[in-house]
Design a protein around this ligand. Structure first.
Ligand code: ADP
Ligand code: ZN
Ligand code: ZN
Length: 673
């Protein structure tokens, strides 16, 4: 028997590849891109074959045999491997940690279900989803221009679809997809959305529009079985459209011909733990690698994308008006809460506007980005407040559950009967979350049908979808919610949006906070008045309650003036040498004692010098303590991306060699600093 050597990447933090022996006749060696089951440490695990060799540097007595090779699975393509390798290099992680976790679990464990039986099940599911083709609406001229530009683009062609809320971007994507699918019989298209649960309409629209076309979905709330089926359908090229969240960017798509990123500005395209990648950035790289078009859509593009569009690197396609006849952008008014003092969180003007919608049978939305009943409870007698004992944060009052909860470490306590310090029984909630707003509203409008939508009210699988459906059916008068309700939805009867208490973000230390707040306000405002103004319907309105009514950010929202606001933010960023004019990486460390975390970062700072890279001093993170760990960070900056990348590669090697008990991680292009 002759042997070959399989070099495999494994899902471990060790930055090396591992050799295994595999008995095979010459000419019948496994291929690069196949998966092999191997013994690693004391467990069986699946590795990705990155090379097949004749010889190994490992002494023969130490070389183990691979257990099996998944021969029935077509190898992952060289372009897919290159994508994974790029992501690994760029984000400074071992290849195995990038390539393997994204594969369905079934492929990563010892025993698998037979693949063809699986496959049949999806085919059946597909047959069930086979409604008659839905008619295509006639595009308006701006939409048509955009759809044709996307549908006919050849080669690497990055495009920004910049369209105001309600301008019909979805319809543009759908018709561009139709053009590509009609022209290229086996083309695959990747459509990415920020959060699948918040965009059930899009999935429905796609399936209705393309009957007979297999649509696969990839997101984190699929069961393992479903994930396997959908992943395989994409890998084998059977799924023509793959709709997914950020994790779908690493899907195997052998015939990918177009990428669509809806709401490209959305922070959820950034993975915030483990491999902290930006799915949007990887998507642009992937399109470049494959030489295919990519469209990034938004009413409020990220400054990075806007900068590229302004400089001409991305082609800008514009939709300046709402698509539905008579639908115009809502009128935005600022309510100065110093003059019109809110009761139960609601100003007189907002209450009057709500009453008017109630009388006309129209829907209203109150947006408050804070869940729970109150962010903290206090004792007025002695000044005690409900701090979390493990974090530098407060315990949030959740009244329906009779609990105090820390949103950072999940610590839960019963609401104390009396002040733990002085025994006073009169503890007071301070501030206001969605539960308290809901309660106040119900008292003020006893006849109203009020629905709260936030992470607490939608914990059960499918409950978010059910809640949105009931809004669409008109069973809700007033919707109260967090950012979950701000995105994407097309609620036809909604004519009023009230924004409660957005001011805190104005004074955040995070330089991205104003970009984020502006986008959020424009998005939530965009939920109003989407259906056009019927006979006797109210003018659609957005009321923003603020103590800082003269702030320029609000002026820009009132004027729906993204462009000017983005222009001024970009000028500020340039002046202050911040992204997108600067490239950053963040080294984070955590330890029981802050001094240990800081000492580690100081040692890290002194490991390496580079002319082209500026290393800041370590500082404690804004939220220093979480779950009894003290956290600090070190920012590294350069105005050259290649210089930063070269530095990080060398630095990571040194960091890995350091002996430390401190937990640390490196993030490239961090969003929260
Ligand atoms: P966006 O994603 O830009 O916010 P949507 O794609 O949700 O906007 O579209 C807003 C509304 O306009 C939807 O109800 C959609 O059905 C409708 N719409 C889109 N294009 C057209 C069109 N050409 N004619 C009529 N209605 C349209
Ligand atoms: Zn007290
Ligand atoms: Zn906590």
């Amino acid at each position: 028997m002759s042997y070959c050597i399989l070099q495999v990447a494994l899902d471990t933090p060790l930055d090396s590849w591992f050799d295994y022996r595999w008995p095979c006749a010459p000419g019948e060696e496994p291929q690069v891109g196949q998966l092999a089951l191997v013994d690693f440490g004391r467990r069986e695990t699946v590795g990705l074959i990155v090379a097949v060799k004749r010889e190994s540097d490992v002494p023969p007595e130490k070389l183990k045999d691979a257990i099996a090779v998944r021969a029935q699975l077509a190898p992952l393509s060289p372009t897919w491997l290159a994508l994974a390798q790029f992501a690994a290099d760029y984000y400074q992680r071992p290849l195995g940690e990038v390539a393997l976790p994204g594969l369905p679990k079934n492929l990563r464990v010892g025993t698998t279900v037979p693949l063809d039986r699986a496959i049949k099940k999806l085919a059946k599911q597909e047959a069930a989803h086979d409604p008659a083709p839905a008619g295509m609406p006639v595009l308006n001229p701006a939409q048509q221009l955009a759809a044709d530009a996307i549908g006919s683009a050849q080669g690497f062609a990055p495009m920004l679809l910049y369209g105001v809320t309600g301008s019909g971007k979805t319809e543009v994507y759908l018709q561009a997809c139709a053009q590509v699918l009609a022209r290229e019989p086996d083309a695959q298209i990747l459509v990415m959305v920020p959060e699948i649960n918040l965009t059930p309409q899009l999935e429905g629209n796609i399936r209705a529009r393309f009957p007979g076309v297999m649509v696969a979905t990839l997101h984190s709330s699929l069961s393992e079985g479903e994930r396997m089926l959908h992943w395989l359908a994409a890998h084998e090229g059977r799924a023509r459209i793959v709709l997914g969240t950020r994790l779908a960017i690493l899907a195997s798509l052998p015939r990918l011909k177009l990428i669509v990123i809806d709401e490209e500005h959305d922070p959820s395209y950034k993975q915030q733990e483990g491999l902290r990648y930006s799915a949007r950035d990887l998507a642009v790289w992937r399109a470049h690698q494959l030489g295919i078009p990519i469209v990034l859509g938004s009413a409020t593009p990220s400054l990075e994308t806007w900068h590229h569009a302004q400089s001409g690197r991305y082609r800008k396609l514009e939709l300046r008006e709402r698509a539905v006849k008579d639908a115009v952008l809502p009128r935005v008014r600022l309510v100065d809460t110093e003059r019109d003092r809110p009761r139960e969180g609601l100003s007189n003007q907002l209450v009057a506007a709500l009453r008017q919608r109630m009388e006309r049978g129209e829907q209203s939305l109150l947006f408050l980005n804070r869940r729970g009943y109150a962010p903290v409870i206090t004792c007025e007698a002695c000044g005690w407040i409900s701090n979390c004992t493990r974090c530098s944060s407060f315990m949030v009052l959740h009244k329906p559950e009779h609990r105090l909860r820390c949103h950072h470490c999940s610590l839960e306590l019963r609401i104390p009967r009396a002040c733990p310090d002085c025994g006073n029984v009169d503890l007071q909630p301070l501030g206001r979350g969605t539960q308290r707003v809901e309660e106040g509203l119900q008292a003020m409008f006893p006849e109203a049908r009020i629905l709260r939508i936030d992470a607490d009210s939608t914990r059960r699988k499918g409950s978010a979808q059910a809640a949105f459906d009931s809004v669409h059916r008109g069973e809700v008068d007033i919707l109260v919610g967090t950012q979950m309700v701000a995105k994407g939805h097309d609620f036809k009867k909604l004519t009023l949006v009230g924004v409660l208490n957005p001011d805190t973000a104005l004074f955040s230390q995070d330089y991205r906070a104003s970009e984020r707040l502006f986008a959020q306000l424009m998005q939530v405002a965009g939920r109003a008045g989407r259906a056009g103004r019927g006979e006797g319907a109210s003018e659609s309105e957005v009321l923003i309650q603020t103590r800082y009514a003269t702030h320029p950010l609000y002026a820009a929202v009132v004027n729906h003036d993204y462009e000017r606001f983005a222009g001024s933010l970009l000028a500020e960023r340039k002046q202050a040498a911040l992204p997108p004019f600067m490239y950053q990486a963040l080294l984070r460390a955590e330890a029981r004692q802050l001094a240990d975390a800081t000492a580690f970062l100081e040692a890290a700072r002194d490991l390496l010098v580079s002319e082209a890279v500026f290393i800041n001093d370590p500082i404690p993170m804004t939220m220093t303590r979480v779950h009894n760990m003290e956290r600090a960070q070190l920012l590294v900056e350069s105005n050259s991306r290649p210089a930063l990348q070269a530095f990080l590669k060398a630095w990571m090697a040194d960091l890995r060699a350091m002996k430390t008990r401190v937990r640390w991680s490196l993030e490239v292009d961090p969003l929260d600093i």
